[in-house]
Design a protein around this ligand. Sequence first.
Ligand code: ATP
Ligand code: MG
Length: 598
Amino acid sequence: MSDWQIYRRLLGYALPHWFMFCLSLLGYLIYSLGNVLLADLMQFLLDSLDDTVKVTSGIVSTIAYHFYDAGAQTRVEFARIAVPLAMVVIAATRASGFFMGNYCMSWVARGLIHSLRCELFNKMLVAPSTYYDSHKQGELISKITFNVEQVTGAVTKALKTVVREGLTVIALASYMLYLNWRLCLVFMAVIPVIAVVVAYVGKHFRRYSRRIQSSMGDVTQVSGESVSGYREIRIFGGQQQQRARFRQASQYNRVQNLKMAFADGLSTPVIQSLLALALAALVWFALSPDILQGFTAGSLVAFLTAATQLGKPIRQLSEVQSDIQRGLAAAEDIFAQLDLPEEADTGSFEVRRAKGDIEVRGVSFAYPGSEQLALDDVSLDIPAGRTVALVGRSGSGKTTLVQLLARFYQVGQGEILLDQVPLADYRLANLRSQLAMVSQHVTLFHDTVYNNIAYGSLANSGKEAVVAAAESAYARHFIESLPRGFETTLGENGGGLSGGQRQRIAIARAILKDAPVLILDEATSALDNESEHRIKQALDNVMANRTTIVIAHRLSTVEHADSIVVMDEGRVVARGNHQTLLQEGGLYAQLYHQKFAD
Ligand SMILES: Nc1ncnc2c1ncn2[C@@H]1O[C@H](COP(=O)(O)OP(=O)(O)OP(=O)(O)O)[C@@H](O)[C@H]1O
Ligand SMILES: [Mg+2]
């Protein structure tokens, strides 16, 4: 994307705030005119000192002399009142213009950042699983927090400076042109040189900014890991390692920032010197007899004042470069994120409530970027209402299969059908509304127990249903003994609960959903035998009229499943019920007997 494209796209976000933008422009216009008038005031003051000079130019003096009554007062007497008065009025007007310009521009910039940040966040909610597989969590979070804030710099500070100082430069330069255009061109000769310096430095700024961003991603990543894994770090003595990793990320960030500061720090004095050179040339030319003739003392001083005043905005315009480059680098990255494809949702088929017939036909699948097949020609039939258990060694592809069922990934070969309709034909949200899942890694939110069970689309289930679901998940008793019962707020990912308690809340959530297909991926792995037994009893009712897929390592939990599917290295190697599989004496029998041998 070219700079111009990035800017245009950013500007698109500002469009809804066009009114505030115009107000801001008006404010800055007032401010820059105020600057011109303050330079012009010098002319008024100096010309008033000498009664013999005829006032020929000067905006303030022309207006002021309308009120001059030559009979009643001398010019000095008049100026003594008029100049201070004009000074106060101009300064006050300029100040209000400054406020109006700045505040309205902040309004626009903040609005822009807000939309951008929300859009980026919303994008994450619809990004495909592969997006999460290929990015570090810290990197993603830092995009929302750090990168967006970098754009703020470019937009707020840069827009303000560019508009305000740009207008000031234009206004002052026009004023100088009006006073003496030849002399003005002498001064302007330095502008292309400054432009070259600015462009050269800018290229470097961009490179450093990109590195700073990625290093902030690393900083966030390492700190996030260190917070969530503080126990492992201490038990395994990982402090040294974490410290080194963090130090490295932070150090890299420091070096890149320093490089940027070096370029920034160097460019300002260079530009200042160039301006001083131009000013020196200006004075030299201005004092030449030819040019001096055309000037009154007042207009000469006004011209030089304007030229001196021009230095500050030009310098500020060049300094804002670093913010602009940071912002452009960040915007580039953010737009690249926004342009990534969303989860494919091409299907249009919808069903109110599926029966729950699941058919897996010759499915092969490899994770993106992986050579190895996670599923190899898997075929499976699960009639509606039945309970099927998936068993097999770790890494045999059980979780992968249920992930495909929820369409977290696209099936490579073959197809999966729900009620005889290929999954790909369903509207994604509709398909997922037919599934309730307790995944291998339970996720709870920083919210109350109640809201964790009645989560998302279940929010309006009603108190009774939530309590009943908790009862079925054998969770009601422990929830009610929490300090505030169902209203107890959980820490991040269920902090404050035991592993088994977390699982039971996740099971309650799945039960509450009352979906035609229930998937339990190691849902009771953290429970004691008694709790598991009770949940199984309660679940018997829940499973009775829905298709259930149970994944478990503890074979005792799947003994009573209607059918058991044994997987190994991505393939289905056997299927049957507990008795037949034991008699066959294959992998299942092996796994089963190992259990008792242990
Ligand atoms: N996101 C992923 N990206 C790449 N490969 C993956 C990913 N998730 C799993 N795999 C690989 O796919 C294979 C099957 O993994 P899967 O999670 O389905 O196993 P599983 O049968 O559920 O094992 P477990 O009983 O340990 O949960 C494994 O070899 C694993 O390394
Ligand atoms: Mg698994």
